[in-house]
Design a protein around this ligand. Structure first.
Ligand SMILES: [Zn+2]
Length: 96
């Protein structure tokens, strides 16, 4: 897990305090763990073809922190669900 310190912007690979400024990163670590859990549940839902559930989990993950990984998995969910127009929309929104 790579965490950017919100105080000094240092990249941290271990917590619970920032290696540079010693800011408490434990809440950030908790939030990232929560996000990872939602991403994993979304992936599991997708492999079981439960697309609605996958999108709900992805919305939860996005609520914690948006990112290209969420956008990518959302596009996959729409593709697998047969909603090609929305999937294409996600693709054009994705950065890079
Ligand atoms: Zn810091």
């Amino acid at each position: 897990m790579n965490l950017r310190c919100p105080v000094c912007r240092a990249d941290n690979t271990a917590g619970p305090t920032c290696r540079r400024c010693k800011a408490d990163l434990s809440l950030l670590i908790e939030a990232e763990a929560c996000r990872s859990r939602h991403m994993a549940l979304a992936q599991y839902a997708l492999t079981s073809e439960r697309f609605e559930e996958a999108l709900e989990e992805l919305a939860q993950a996005e609520g914690v922190r948006a990112g290209s990984d969420v956008q990518r998995m959302k596009a996959c969910a729409y593709l697998l669900a047969g909603d090609f127009a929305t999937a294409l929309g996600m693709h054009s929104l994705a950065p890079g």
